[in-house]
Design a protein around this ligand. Sequence first.
Ligand SMILES: NC(=O)c1ccc[n+]([C@@H]2O[C@H](COP(=O)([O-])OP(=O)(O)OC[C@H]3O[C@@H](n4cnc5c(N)ncnc54)[C@H](OP(=O)(O)O)[C@@H]3O)[C@@H](O)[C@H]2O)c1
Length: 262
Amino acid sequence: MELKGSHVMITGANRGIGRAFAKECAEDGAHLYLVLRKKDAALVKELETAGAASVTQFQADLSEASSIAKFLKSSEELKIDILFNNAGILKAELFENQTTEEIYDVVQINLTALMHLSQGFLPGMLKRRRGKIINNSSFMGAMYLPFSSTYAAAKAGISAFTSVLRTELRGTGVSTLLLITPPVKTRMFEEFEKRNRKNFEFQERAMNPQTYAKIIREAVLNDLETVEPQGLTGIGMRLAKYIPQVFDWEVRRRFSRKAKSL
Ligand SMILES: NC(=O)c1ccc[n+]([C@@H]2O[C@H](COP(=O)([O-])OP(=O)(O)OC[C@H]3O[C@@H](n4cnc5c(N)ncnc54)[C@H](OP(=O)(O)O)[C@@H]3O)[C@@H](O)[C@H]2O)c1
């Protein structure tokens, strides 16, 4: 699907991958709809300057079903072509150290909100026989690492949900793009790496968000169904899928519950 003139909605557009992709869409002349927890006038200006056909901000807290419902009501009239379900959170902790509230938040923000938003925009897309839903899953939803229990569960859920949607939508003019996102140098990845360094030898090289946003752009323009990690992460993912015993052995070898002092 082309980006020029398309109406693109992005959650978590204020930083990281969401912001970098918003910039790509702006440079292509798309109409942008940003879903943010806090409005950001400087961001709007930056995207307008980059070439966006228009920029509209919406405020929503994806941890609250009522906030999402209110946002969907206020955006009912929009004719969205591309919905990028990007916002997410990660609690990089041992499972027993995560609070019940954090468990609910991780599943709600990463997975339930994504389905709620998809449910909100899909009927309009089907009616117009035009649309694309991009869902941001993770390599951690395909290769399971310590300190990611709740996040891995939510991200694996995104992959399952998107795969079913892809089949159901065949022939309707609406498509899906599943991002099995590799390590990308954003605040989320840096927090995970910092937490992990003491307990887990994690040596993934992270790409910068601008490079990843260009990969997403190409996938949209070429109507790809999936973006998968390349390089070491890609090899790790294949190992986890096809020879899980070896993958698990390697992960266990690198993991220790007791933190090392650095
Ligand atoms: N970076 C990686 O290595 C990596 C790898 C695989 C997958 N991903 C996925 O990529 C997506 C983007 O992450 P990122 O790496 O760009 O991380 P990031 O810089 O931490 O950005 C996360 C975004 O989600 C938004 N968000 C968090 N909680 C929210 C809430 N309750 N309501 C609305 N928005 C909320 C944040 O907004 P605030 O600023 O308001 O908090 C922020 O815009 C996530 O789904 C993540 O799981 C990232």
